[in-house]
Write a new protein. Structure first.
Lengths: 513, 448
């Protein structure tokens, strides 16, 4: 079966924008949350949008209902997502799940108050009723103006599919899964199971709003996850590798799933020999790619405009101030072709952007959606995202990363007499109010006399975002990205990236003194 | 109710005609209301009325899951046509089955019938009052950062081709509050929340406000301590995650079959202190997660997972039970009609002990009272435990200043065997509950 989202907190529903615990997870399947509902005509699956979306007149009438009580703004978010999920475990294709999740959310804004309602059907009557529910907070009987709708089309697409997913035969998907499974199982006799998950969604969205904007986009995303279990006596370890892209099936032509499987298997086997993790403060070399999850937590969430507008972030009033070591430049870029966190337009219809958040240690800006931009009298940076039509948008990261520097990873280890080399991670959590963050290392090695030593068990690393930024003393030349899913009450696909970096000092939560 | 039943029959008949030899359908109809309040006014109001079904379609031991929110005959037929097409790609597995018809009829009242007539304003007023009382609690309380109410009025129906049919109405309310305290440059968030079936069971607004404010004021300005071995007392706010992630994850039947649990092969072994008894009880009167049956139609029951330190059982959904040669334990649940079942706890708790939390702390010479844990550091595969923590330091039985920015670590085995006190303060605010517990020694990592 699917693994739980192992978000080890109580929070159930109210994920207040910008405060409290925000988490990101990589190692867990989000399927139970992400898979959707509603099957429609099979023949329609490949049909153009016109077959799915209501016509312009209907949308205008819905907007008009939404604006009927004096709202200052309203938008309709229409979505149709076709999802496929296959899982191999214990040598069998065990789980298959198919769904077409279709619906619309209507948002109506009065000042800073938001009314939201959604429906799981795109019929004109239901959309009207949904708009009236969303407008219910309004006190006035004066209709607000709606600008004439104008269809905007992005110039280029960063999510094009060379090998389209829609018409692809199912056995192609099974075949890459089998290849990965075989590569993992044949790696070593101590590998007892390979759980391979193929998770695909083709998300079509259309957004219209009372400012006259009308946009649509297609966002295909593949998430391929490998969990490889090794066991020897009472020692066991689950090695994990993930690959994701906003692209077509060419992802599997450009990448070897067998290599991915062997990477996961190698982690599982190596970690069978792990000893206790060290405890206390020490230098830590954090590997490139998904290692960037640390800055997603430690810094990224605190730079989200909703946290800033609520005054619930350490980074309030710090624009122009030096907040990090000057070798640190931190960027959120939704325009990088085919990355899991990329998009052409955000879920409020604003074009994706590249934002330099920290430049050479100096704080340059925050990320915004329309609401946080309004509160802080600025413009949206194209960071308004939502899990689905069931949720109003909120400020979210896309692909966040630290720009590369000059040191090679090998030199970094050589330059570290004693410390920890953190190679693979599960996830991280931050409390933006205090800036305290944790991230959990699943695969790590001691560094002794500038050389990689023995593997050590899982450990949580803890620190304050502001301290961690200052303590980066080496930045590598090997920028990479890792896919994940970020939770802030809603789950959205993101990547975290960085080159290999060294923190001169951070608390490592092992058991060995 | 009748419409759900008619739809269920349509879906099952259609699945049969499409070649299913067994089928199980789960239908849910729900009215969802989410309200948040900020600055004395409604910040967000979300409303939706939804319904849909999830179908487990079985043919010769092969399985496909599919879902839809469209109850029209045409759409049901198309959905099932898709299932019947996809099943070719599944592998045969004789352990894929559906539940037998049940003689058990757990009669329960889980439905607050007053909710549908309760005015929107009354719910808003409840939240406004929480915010108001929080701001008045102490001058150091700067603002409320989130005060929210979530209500679901559900009707659930589970039916299968063995003739099984369960249906029940169920209301669920959850409230959550977080506030921010500020002293000098230090800020600290405090939270409090509840889950209940009945609106009348919600605590007075002042109770929630006081809980959230007290914890923020207690923890504000926390500093790391030195790295050391020390006794750790877990407050109920923190101890629940050990049984949820450290024990329940590890006794899930699918993880046992997969061998991905540190509790594999430990049945009948002493894995915890004799003070530890863990119960999972889906029938507990008034429980947040009390339901007549699980989402596969297996009746819920009270189960002792750990009895005075000895591991007594694993928990199973139908598939894992079949494969292990056991009976399903009424623990198969879905996140929504759009999700297949997974193994989940019901009302999961550690039985209370006899000591008061005060006495448990008073016996500690040098230790750490943990109020919050943060992170992904409970690993039920390897049994390694390493979590970020905040709370208060304890010296000679007295509480000293706040601590944060440290981790606590050990193995789950050593934590469970090392529990030397269990409090008498078991309270159910959520479905998982644990009293105060004390662990003889753990590694606390902080400054050098």
């Amino acid at each position: 079966m699917y693994q739980n989202t192992n978000l080890q907190t109580r929070r159930q529903f109210l994920k207040k924008t910008g405060t409290g615990l925000l988490s990101i997870t990589a190692a867990t399947s989000l399927l139970p949350i992400l898979l959707g509902n509603r099957e429609i005509c099979l023949a329609q699956e490949l049909a153009p949008n016109q077959a799915v979306w209501p016509d312009e007149e209907t949308l205008k009438r819905v907007l008009s209902a939404a604006m009927s009580k004096g709202a200052r703004f309203s938008d309709i978010f229409l979505e149709r997502t076709v999802k496929r999920y296959f899982e191999i475990g214990q040598h069998k294709v065990q789980n298959i799940h198919f769904s077409i999740d279709q619906g619309a959310g209507v948002r109506v804004m009065y000042g800073e108050q938001t009314g939201y309602a959604y429906c799981e059907d795109l019929s004109a009557d239901l959309l009207q009723e949904t708009a009236r529910s969303a407008a219910a907070l309004g006190k006035s009987s004066t209709k607000s103006l709606i600008q004439p709708l104008q269809l905007l089309t992005p110039d280029t697409s960063i999510t094009t599919q060379k090998v389209a997913l829609g018409p692809l035969a199912e056995d192609k998907r099974i075949s890459v899964m089998r290849e990965a499974e075989q590569a993992a199982l044949s790696f070593n006799p101590a590998i007892v199971d390979a759980i391979i998950e193929y998770d695909e969604a083709i998300r079509e969205i259309m957004i219209v709003n009372s400012d006259g904007v009308m946009v649509h986009d297609v966002q295909p995303v593949i998430y391929f996850r490998l969990n490889v279990l090794a066991k020897k006596g009472d020692q066991r370890h689950m090695g994990r590798v993930r690959m994701s892209a906003k692209s077509g099936f060419e992802l599997f032509e450009e990448n070897s799933v067998a290599d991915l499987a062997r990477t996961a298997a190698r982690e599982a086997i190596t970690m069978l020999e792990a000893s206790d993790s060290p405890s206390g403060e020490m230098p830590v070399v954090v590997t490139g790619g998904w290692g960037g999850v640390m800055f997603h937590e430690a810094v990224g969430h605190g730079l989200e405009g909703d946290a800033i507008a609520k005054g619930a972030s350490f980074f309030v009033d710090k624009i122009g101030r030096k907040i990090a070591s000057e070798i640190v430049t931190f960027i959120d870029d939704a325009t990088l072709p085919h990355l899991r966190g990329s998009y052409n337009i955000d879920d409020e219809g604003v074009p994706a952007q590249r934002k330099v958040l920290i430049e050479k240690g100096v704080l340059k800006g925050y990320m915004h959606d329309k609401l946080s931009a309004r509160r802080l009298d600025t413009h949206s940076t194209g960071n308004g995202r939502r899990e689905s039509f069931r949720y109003p948008p909120m400020v979210r990261m896309s692909n966040t990363f630290i720009l590369e520097g000059e040191t090679s990873a090998a030199d970094m280890i050589k330059a570290t007499p004693k410390g920890l080399f953190a190679k693979s991670f599960d996830g991280g959590v931050v409390d933006t109010t205090t800036g305290n963050f944790t991230f959990t290392v699943r695969e790590a090695y001691m560094i002794e006399n500038g050389m990689l030593g023995a593997p050590v068990h899982r450990a949580t690393l803890i620190g304050k975002g502001s301290d961690a930024l200052q303590s980066i003393d080496l930045v590598g030349n090997d920028l990479g990205f890792g896919p994940g899913t970020c939770g802030k009450g809603q789950w959205v696909p993101v990547t975290s990236g960085q080159p290999t970096i060294r923190l001169s000092k951070i608390v490592v939560g092992g058991t060995r003194g | 109710m009748t419409e759900l039943k008619e739809t269920a029959i349509k879906v099952l008949n259609c699945a049969r005609s499409a070649g299913a030899d067994q089928a199980e359908v789960y239908l849910k109809q729900s009215r969802e209301t989410v309200i948040t309040v900020s600055g004395g006014q409604v910040e967000q109001a979300n409303i939706a009325t939804i319904r849909g079904f999830g179908l487990k379609f079985l043919k010769k031991g092969k399985k496909v899951f599919i879902d839809s929110s469209d109850f029209s005959v045409k759409s049901i037929e198309e959905t099932i046509a898709r299932a019947s097409q996809l099943i070719a790609y599944a592998d045969e597995d004789p352990y894929n089955t559906i539940a037998p018809m049940s003689q058990t009829k757990n009669a329960m009242n889980l439905n607050d019938t007053t909710l549908k007539d309760l005015a929107f304003e009354q719910k808003v007023d409840y939240l406004k009052q929480i915010e108001k009382e929080a701001l008045a609690f102490d001058a150091r309380i700067e603002k409320a950062t989130g005060v929210g109410y979530n209500e679901n009025l559900d009707t659930v129906l589970i039916a299968n081709t063995n003739g099984l049919l369960w249906t029940y109405p169920c209301s669920n309310i959850e409230i959550e509050t977080s506030i921010m305290a500020k002293v000098g440059d230090d800020r600290q968030e405090g939270e409090a929340g509840r889950k209940v079936h009945f609106f009348k069971d919600l605590p007075k607004p002042g109770v929630i406000a006081a809980e959230a404010c007290s914890v923020a004021l207690e923890l504000i300005g926390g500093k790391p301590v030195n790295t050391q071995q020390a006794t750790v007392v877990f407050d109920p706010r923190a101890s629940w995650s050990i049984i949820r992630y450290g024990i329940f994850e590890a006794v899930k039947g699918d993880h046992i079959l997969q061998q991905s649990s540190y509790l594999c092969g430990k049945l009948g072994h002493k894995i915890a202190s004799p003070l530890v008894t863990i119960i999972d009880d889906g029938t507990m009167p008034g429980g947040v997660k009390t339901v007549p049956c699980d989402d596969e139609g297996t009746p819920t029951e009270r189960k002792t997972i750990i009895d005075r330190g000895v591991l007594k059982m694993y928990v199973y959904d139908l598939y894992a039970a079949n494969k292990a040669g056991q009976k399903p334990t009424g623990n198969a649940f879905r996140r929504s009609y759009r999700s297949p079942c997974d193994i989940h706890g019901t009302n999961l708790f550690m039985e209370k002990g006899i000591q008061t939390p005060h006495d448990i702390i008073a016996e500690v010479k040098n230790g750490f009272l943990v109020k919050n844990t943060i992170g992904f550091g409970v690993d039920s595969v390897t049994g390694v435990y390493s979590m970020g923590a905040s709370g208060r330091w304890i010296q000679n039985g007295k509480l000293l200043g706040p601590v944060s920015g440290v981790t606590i670590a050990s193995s789950l085995e050593e934590i469970l065997l090392g529990i030397d006190a269990v409090g008498n303060d078991l309270v159910f605010h959520y479905e998982t509950a644990t009293p105060t517990i004390r662990v003889k020694t753990m590694t606390i990592s902080g400054i050098s």
